[in-house]
Write a protein that binds this ligand. Sequence first.
Ligand code: 13P
Length: 289
Amino acid sequence: MALVSAKEMLLKARDGGYGVAQININNLEWTKATLQVAQELQSPIILGVSEGAAKYMGGYRLVMAMVRELHDAMGMTVPVAVHLDHGTYEGAYKALEAGFTSIMFDGSHYSIEENVAKTKEIVEACHARGVSVEAEVGSIGGEEDGVIGAGELADPKECALIASLGVDLFAAGIGNIHGKYPANWKGLNFEVLAAVQEATNRVPLVLHGGTGIPSEMIQKAISLGVTKINVNTELQLVFAAAIRKYIEAGKDLEAKGFDPRKLLAPGVEAIKAIVREKLTMFGSVGKAN
Ligand code: 13P
């Protein structure tokens, strides 16, 4: 199956009452591990690529070339979308040009008028190529690749406006933040989520900051229209911890333990375990067809 836009898989998830994971990728190991688990569990999957991660990997075209080749070599049959995460105006066009199948334009830091104008234009350009578009209102808290959000609660009226521009998926700040949640975190604001759902006319909703949100909150969010849940930091944490353990045990000093294929292997297994856990928690296992 060719790479697909995120639209159909998310409409199916919305109607089926489950969520699809957006797993953010950082390199070859991340991409391969995520694709392997999605195929093994027969789950649709969205590979998230932030602008910083794309730059690190050598640019949007290189990311697409890597994903396409891996996708073919691994004989992937489940739906896979490649999604620009928190795209800027310029980044959205570059990723579209490079062949991304889904684009998030994050205009949450613009005035609502400018967010509307830019989102509208990007929706037109993306839809002309069958590419899905995610828009955002009310910035998500925390820091991601230098983009700092204050963790606002979205205004449902602004959500209604942006969602009416033909976007395929919609992210709203509902008290969620990127990175680890602080001990005094108040949790997701389900009142705002319910109001956003009502205001956005059943557009599939996106929950950013998936790291560390308890399963019960995820289930409730799904019941209120969330269909895509983004996870990034949690994978970075387990990857680093697994490799730390390997090195602290002195395994890199034994025989050819320094070989990157051996050194990174525990990190890759740790990523796979979390991806398995998330796909199961979100309910997308076995939903590839
Ligand atoms: P976390 O890093 O908190 O999992 O958030 C990921 C995310 O929302 C990507 O857009």
